[in-house]
Design a protein around this ligand. Structure first.
Ligand code: DPX
Length: 558
C-alpha cells in the first residue's frame, strides 16, 4: 500500500498520544479523512458543526494534553477559528487541519466553491495566523513531513493551537515515513546560568519577607507544573491560594490551601491573606479584567514574584531561557521555610444549608446537590455565567477536576468541550453546569453524546435569561425564548439513543433526577433546574457591579 501524506499526519498525531480526532466532512477533506481512517490507533469522531468540532477538540486537549480537528475549507475552517481562538486564549495545543483547494488550482485564476469568490485562496492562512502559533499550507507531498512536524512540535512546545491546510489532491499523495518521535517532543536545554540567577534573585527577595503566599494561576497546567507547585508549597510551608480560572489546579486538601483569591469575592480570609502578604509568588497567572474584578485585585509591585510559563520577574529583574517547571524544581530544593501565613487560622469551609425538599428549587439548593456529585473521579465543566460562581464554591476532593473557559468566555463552549473531554476520559464522571442562554448556542452537540453513548450529567440552569449580563448591565436583550430542554435532548434519541431529559422544580425532584442520571449509563442525562431569574450567587452580583464599573469608565480627556 502507498504510504501517503494523510498517513504521515495520522502517525504523527497518534505518536503524540491522540486516540481520537474530531471531524466534520466536506469535499476538500474527504480524501484526508479516508487516509486518517487507515490508522488503527486513532478513531474518527464526528461533530454537528465546525465550531463545535473545534471546541470538542479543545475539551479533548484539556484531558489528553493535545487534540486535532479536521474541517473543510473556509465554510468549515472559518467557523472553527472561533474555537481555535479559544484554545489560544486557554493555552491548549489543538491542531486545526483544513482540507484546501486542489494544488493545480493555485495561481490559475480559478474561482472555487466555498471560497469568498476570489482566485487567491491564501486569506484563510492569513486569518488563522492570528489565532495559532504555527500555520502551514501543504500543496506538495515533498514538503509535507517538515511542515507537519513543525506545526505539531510548535503547538506542543507553546501549548497553543496550530494549523495545517492540505490540498485535497495531496492528502493521498505518496510520502516518506516519519522519523523518530523524539523529533517532535525533544525539550530545549535550559540556560543554566539564567536559571541559577533567577533562583538566587528569588532567594534574595524572600530573605527578609515572612508573610509569603503562593497564588496559583490558570497557565500552570499548560506549563505542566502542577506537581512542582506543590513541591514548592511543601518546601516553603506557606499558605496557597488559587485564582478562579485555576480551580482544581492545586489540591484543595493540601495543608497550606487557603481557598480562592478573587479580590472582594474571595473565599473567607483569602483576600486579607494575599493583600496583607509581603511576598506573593504568582504562578502562571492571567490578570485580566474579570480576574482582577475590574482592575481592583491585581497583585503587582515589589511584593510580587511573577513566575510565568517561560519568564520569571522578581525585584525588577527578568529571567528566561528555562521553563517554569525547571525554576520551581530548583527553587523547591533551596527555598527557606516561611510558615507565618500557614500558621494563620484556616477560614471555616462554607456549607450550604439543606432546603425543605418540597420548597421551590433555589440556586443554593442546586449547588448543594451538585456538591454531592463531586468525587475524586469527577470532571465538572462550568460554562460562562453564574455557573462559574457555583463551580468556584465547590469543595474538591483530590483528583476532582474543574474546567473553565474564563479567558475566551464563549457561551456555548461547555457543551462541545464536555463532549470532547468525555471522549478523552470516558472512565471519569462528567458533569456539566450550563445556563439556558449558553446552551442555546451549541445544544445540538448533545446529539453526539447520545451517538457515542457518553453518560454526561447536564445541569441545565433555567433562569430564563442571561443572568450574569443582567448583573453587569440589564436590558431587554438579556431575556431569551424559553425551550423545553428536557424534551429536546430526548428528541436526539430518534429511536436508538439513551438520552434522558428530566425537570426539577424542587429539591426533592432534583434529588430524584440525579439518582436517575446516575443509573443512566448509556447516554447523557439533562436535568432542567428551574430557578427564578433573580436567584443567583451573591458573589456574581458583587463581582458584576465592579466589572460593570470598569467597563463604563468615561474616556479620559488628555
Ligand atoms: C452572555 C452571557 O443563561 O447563564 O448564569 O444566566 O448568566 P447565566 P446563561 O448561559 O447566559 C449567559 C449570558 C450573553 N455573554 O449571561 S455570559 C456575552 C456573549 C458571550 N459569548 C458569546 N456571545 C455573547 N460571552 C459567543
Amino acid at each position: 500500500m502507498t504510504y501517503t501524506v494523510g498517513m504521515y499526519l495520522a502517525d504523527r498525531l497518534a505518536q503524540i498520544g491522540l486516540k481520537h480526532h474530531f471531524a466534520v466532512a466536506g469535499d476538500y477533506n474527504l480524501v484526508l479523512l479516508d487516509q486518517l481512517l487507515t490508522n488503527g490507533d486513532m478513531k474518527q469522531i464526528y461533530c454537528c458543526n465546525e465550531l463545535n468540532c473545534g471546541f470538542s477538540a479543545e475539551g479533548y486537549a484539556r484531558s489528553n494534553g493535545a487534540a486535532a480537528a479536521v474541517v473543510t475549507f473556509s465554510v468549515g475552517a472559518i467557523s472553527a477559528m472561533n474555537a481555535i481562538g479559544g484554545a489560544y486564549a486557554e493555552n491548549l495545543p489543538v491542531i486545526l487541519i483544513s482540507g484546501s483547494p486542489n494544488s493545480n488550482d493555485y495561481g490559475t485564476g480559478h474561482i472555487l466553491h466555498h471560497t469568498i469568490g476570489k482566485d487567491d485562496y491564501s486569506y484563510q492562512l492569513e486569518m488563522v495566523r492570528h489565532v495559532t502559533c504555527a500555520a502551514e499550507s501543504i500543496t506538495d507531498a515533498a514538503s509535507a513531513p517538515a511542515k507537519i512536524d513543525h506545526v505539531i512540535r510548535t503547538a506542543l512546545r507553546e501549548s497553543k493551537p496550530a494549523y495545517l491546510e492540505i490540498a485535497c489532491n495531496i492528502a493521498g499523495a505518496e510520502c516518506e515515513r516519519p522519523g523518530p518521535f523524539s523529533a517532535l517532543h525533544a525539550a530545549a536545554r535550559p540556560d543554566l546560568e539564567s536559571l541559577t540567577a533567577s533562583v538566587q534573585a528569588s532567594l534574595d527577595w524572600l530573605k527578609d519577607r515572612e508573610r509569603v503566599v503562593i497564588l496559583v494561576g490558570s497557565k500552570l497546567r499548560a506549563a505542566h507544573a502542577q506537581k512542582h507547585a506543590v513541591e514548592l508549597a511543601d518546601r516553603l510551608g506557606c499558605a496557597v491560594t488559587i485564582m478562579a480560572a485555576a480551580k482544581s489546579f492545586f489540591p484543595e486538601t493540601h495543608a497550606g490551601f487557603r481557598g480562592l483569591y478573587w479580590g472582594e469575592v474571595s473565599d473567607p480570609g483569602a483576600q486579607e491573606l494575599v493583600e496583607g502578604a509581603d511576598a506573593i509568588i504568582c504562578l502562571a497567572p492571567v490578570f485580566n479584567d474579570y480576574a482582577t474584578v475590574g482592575w481592583r485585585a491585581w497583585p503587582k509591585g515589589e511584593n510580587v514574584l511573577l513566575a510565568d510559563k517561560d519568564q520569571i520577574t522578581v525585584a525588577g529583574q527578568s529571567f528566561s531561557g528555562f521553563t517554569l517547571r525547571e525554576f520551581l524544581t530548583e527553587l523547591a530544593k533551596v527555598a527557606p521555610e516561611k510558615t507565618a501565613t500557614r500558621d494563620s487560622t484556616k477560614a471555616p469551609r462554607l456549607e450550604i444549608p439543606v432546603a425543605a425538599s418540597d420548597a421551590r428549587l433555589t440556586n443554593d439548593e442546586m449547588a448543594r446537590q451538585l456538591q454531592g456529585l463531586i468525587t475524586s473521579n469527577t470532571t465538572l465543566t462550568a460554562e460562562t455565567g453564574d455557573s462559574w460562581f457555583n463551580a468556584a464554591r465547590m469543595h474538591l476532593p483530590d483528583g476532582a477536576k474543574v474546567e473553565f473557559e474564563m479567558q475566551w468566555g464563549h457561551i456555548g463552549w461547555s457543551v462541545p468541550s464536555t463532549f470532547g473531554n468525555a471522549v478523552a476520559s470516558p472512565d471519569r464522571r462528567h458533569v456539566l453546569l450550563v445556563g439556558d442562554g449558553s446552551f442555546q448556542l451549541t445544544a445540538q452537540e448533545v446529539a453526539q453524546m447520545v451517538r457515542y453513548e457518553l453518560p454526561v450529567i447536564i445541569f441545565l440552569v433555567n433562569n430564563r435569561g442571561y443572568v450574569i449580563e443582567i448583573a453587569i448591565h440589564d436590558g431587554p436583550y438579556n431575556y431569551i425564548k424559553n425551550w423545553d430542554y428536557a424534551a429536546l435532548v430526548e428528541a436526539f434519541n430518534a429511536g436508538d439513543g439513551h438520552a434522558l431529559g428530566l425537570k426539577a422544580a424542587t429539591g426533592a425532584e432534583l434529588e430524584a433526577a440525579i439518582s436517575k442520571a446516575l443509573d443512566n449509563k448509556k447516554g447523557p442525562t439533562l436535568i432542567e433546574c428551574s430557578i427564578q431569574t433573580d436567584d443567583c450567587t451573591k458573589k456574581l452580583v458583587e463581582w458584576g457591579k465592579r466589572v460593570a464599573a470598569a467597563n463604563s469608565r468615561k474616556p479620559q480627556v488628555v
